[in-house]
Design a protein around this ligand. Structure first.
Ligand code: DUC
Ligand code: ZN
Length: 490
């Protein structure tokens, strides 16, 4: 059913007078034009009916007093990623997707990561092998390209794009992953020809290395120097460079995990000039700050990621960027390590040796819901757009995923908007021994998750099986441009 046109999907969902497989009744359903009190009928894993009448079904869900949202799309998460910082992430596709669905998600887009010297094709085959038997919910792969050889550019990438991996992530820093500017231009040129999205990890590599060396020379190894070594100025420079290259090649990019006000400004300026520049931020830049890293003991390591959470004074600008639409996507950048692994060098582990990355796939939506819905900071539709619909669109999954519409996959998260919870690691389903959000109080929680018509999570009970998740062949999000870039056209 992967490649059905919208009309074919709608036809498949219809079956005369047969009862629906599942009806969801009595809830407030968040449709693209706004929330509506209506019912939903599901057939063959697809949305077959949206309407006010009583629906005859083999199975019914009473959603009275609940919000019915499209299942969340977490478009930035790392699972079973190897080798990353010398070891694989704590979550594999089993625990990672389980944690995702318990947090109201029905789609995840993790990464297949190529490092220098590796075959991208081989890497993607390996990720398929590891994900297929374990995934609980549907998944696609972004391709991390760490070695854009002529073969990768001319053969492997076009083939993989054709097979449904239609987004490429590049790094401007990190040994074994970083591309030089010439290589970045090659990737953007390919993306333009193919109509795919390029995601950019934007930090200036030389700034990080130079500052780290100076700090270590001065024996400044404490956790808080992680923030000094990853300055917002370097993030801004790299973002501006990536934006400039995207402007030159005339192809869209998305800057991932924007952490600082300066980058929000650069993105806003680019958008005001009409450039197709997209940007994402993550929970750690709204709900954590540099102060959380600067602890007397090593517990601050639980909040170490790159780019790092910034000063608290930076947060209002991040919120402004989300509210005015400059930041289009809110994803988790779930990158889980157990605490002992993060500080493998013991209580004196220098900042530069702390494993980067924090867990957050299960808490992403509740934290954002609580912070935006209680005081009406965002409408419920904007909440859905930023966390679900826009990522589905930007990565070629819409309208199959990311929306409640006839013919779309029957993926839902049913929320109790009043449920008060205090986040505790013991209630989460990831394979990590901590959450950086321990003890935070939230209001609003996803109480049921439905994936392609299957109830996979209800009132604290997991009802899913590993391996039921399917690989998603993403469409190209943009029209391919086979003509030369304007500078070369004359
Ligand atoms: N930063 C990334 O860019 N990826 C995963 C972990 C991290 O901290
Ligand atoms: Zn990441």
């Amino acid at each position: 059913m992967d490649h059905l046109e919208s009309t074919q999907r709608q036809a498949l969902a219809q079956a005369g007078d047969e009862p629906y497989d599942l009806a969801i009744s009595g809830g407030t359903v968040v449709l693209p034009d706004g929330p509506v009190a209506t019912n939903i009928g599901v057939r063959n894993g697809l949305i077959a009916r949206i309407g006010p009448e009583i629906l005859r079904a083999r199975k019914s869900v009473d959603a009275a007093g609940r919000l019915v949202l499209p299942g969340g799309v977490d478009s930035h998460c790392h699972m079973d990623q190897q080798p990353w910082e010398g070891r694989s992430t704590a979550d594999d596709f089993r625990s990672g997707t389980l944690s995702a669905l318990c947090g109201g998600n029905t789609t995840v887009l993790p990464f297949a990561m190529q490092m220098r010297g590796q075959s991208l094709r081989q890497i993607v085959d390996d990720y398929h092998e590891r994900a297929r038997p374990k995934a609980h919910i549907d998944y696609g792969f972004h391709l991390i390209v760490g070695d854009p050889t002529p073969r990768v550019l001319s053969e492997e990438l076009p083939e993989l794009i054709e097979q449904g991996c239609t987004s490429i992530k590049i790094y401007l820093t990190y040994e074994g992953l970083k591309l030089d500017d010439y290589e970045v231009l090659n990737i953007l040129d390919l993306a333009r020809r193919e109509g795919v999205m390029v995601m950019v990890h934007a930090e200036n590599d030389a700034c990080i290395r130079w500052l780290t060396d100076r700090l270590l020379e001065a024996k400044k190894t404490a956790l808080r120097y992680h923030v000094t070594a990853h300055p917002d100025i370097g993030e801004r420079e790299a973002a501006f460079r990536a934006i400039s290259f995207a402007e030159l090649i005339e192809t869209p990019i998305l800057i991932v995990h924007v952490s600082s006000a300066g980058v929000v400004e650069e993105v806003r300026r680019a958008q005001q000039r009409g450039l197709a520049i997209y940007a994402e931020t993550c929970p750690q830049y709204l709900f954590l700050s540099a102060e959380d890293i600067d602890t007397a003991d090593m517990s601050g390591a639980k909040c170490v990621c790159t780019p790092p959470p910034r000063e608290r004074a930076n947060q209002p600008q991040m919120w402004r960027g989300l509210l005015d639409g400059t930041l289009a996507v809110f994803s988790s950048d779930h990158s889980p390590w157990n605490y002992a692994d993060k500080i493998a060098g013991g209580p004196k582990t220098p900042f530069k040796d702390i494993l980067n990355g924090i867990p957050g796939i299960e808490t992403r939506l509740p934290l954002f819901f609580s912070a935006t819905q209680g005081d009406g900071r965002l409408s419920i539709n904007r909440f859905v757009d930023i966390t679900t619909t826009t990522p589905a669109k930007l990565y070629g999954l819409y309208p199959r995923k990311g929306v409640i519409a006839l013919g779309s996959d029957a993926d839902f998260a049913i929320w109790d908007p009043h449920k008060s919870m205090t986040i505790r690691n013991e209630m989460l389903h990831h394979a990590v021994d901590h959450t950086p959000y321990e003890g935070m109080a939230v209001r609003g929680w996803p109480v049921m998750t439905i994936s392609r018509g299957d109830i996979v999570y209800a009132d604290g009970e997991v009802q899913s099986t590993a391996g039921r998740g399917r690989f998603l062949r993403c469409e190209r999000p943009f029209a391919p441009k086979r003509i030369p870039i304007p500078s070369l056209a004359g």
